[in-house]
Design a protein around this ligand. Structure first.
Ligand SMILES: C[S@@+](CC[C@H](N)C(=O)[O-])C[C@H]1O[C@@H](n2cnc3c(N)ncnc32)[C@H](O)[C@@H]1O
Length: 218
């Protein structure tokens, strides 16, 4: 009598008991759950780019290094327990939150309502109405105000400057085009820093940072 090859093979394959099989399945399930948790932890709602650039709103995000530098500068300038306002500069806000420092508080003033995912720290802001701010944003209540106005125009800078001067206790960190140097000095008394901010995409315009205090950006 002939036997099928398969029959022979089946005999040689080691069989797992139902108990061992169940234990193995449980092990694989646990592994899958752990991997799933790792993936969730890797997704950080504060990472730059988690909200994509909308060029209609003149959105050009800093690269990670620049956002980090500006965030560190803000924390140092604000001092222990300081308050930081990020006007039209959401990447700096995101970086500050990502680094999860507890020794400062921060507010994001933004026109793009997608950033309202950040809850109470989000304040809707339109530079066309520079002092149209919620009552709880008291005048001169921020240790440092960082701003990156959406347009390289005198009007946009002048209006944003109104908000900056209203909110700051004194310190200002402005990021805008190199062409705005004269206007920035006139409106806010800020000087160009050596540090050159970089964006995640190459932009045609040259950008610079400007401050009115002795910063670490020189
Ligand atoms: C040149 S981008 C600066 C972003 C900065 N480079 C960053 O990475 O955080 C200008 C910012 O102004 C915001 N913006 C657009 N229209 C605005 C308006 N009418 N009033 C205030 N901000 C506005 C954009 O959403 C954007 O965040």
């Amino acid at each position: 009598m002939f036997r099928k090859m398969d029959d022979d093979d089946d005999d040689d394959v080691p069989q797992l008991s139902s108990h061992t099989l169940a234990a193995l399945q449980e092990f694989y399930l646990e592994q899958q759950q752990k991997e799933g948790m790792k993936t969730c932890q890797r997704f950080n709602k504060y990472s730059i780019g988690s909200i994509e650039e909308d060029w209609q709103l003149s959105q050009f995000w800093y690269n990670d290094e620049t956002a980090s530098c500006l965030a560190k500068e803000a924390v140092l300038a604000a001092g222990k327990g300081g308050r930081i306002a990020c006007i039209s500069s959401p990447s700096v806000y995101q970086k500050l939150k990502e680094e999860d420092g507890e020794d400062f508080s921060v507010c994001i003033l933004e026109y793009d309502r997608r950033f309202s995912v950040y809850g109470e720290e989000f304040v809707f802001y339109d530079y066309n109405h520079p002092l149209d701010l919620p009552e709880n944003l008291l005048p001169h209540s921020f240790d440092i105000v960082i701003a990156d106005p959406p347009y390289l125009s005198e009007e946009c800078l002048q209006k944003t400057a109104e908000t900056i001067k209203y909110l700051t206790k004194g310190k200002i960190l402005l990021c805008t085009g190199a062409v705005m140097e004269e206007q920035a000095a006139k409106q806010l008394g800020v000087k160009m820093c050596k540090f050159i901010p970089k964006h995640s995409r190459n932009l045609a315009n040259e950008f610079r940072c400007y401050v009115n205090y002795a910063s670490g950006l020189d």
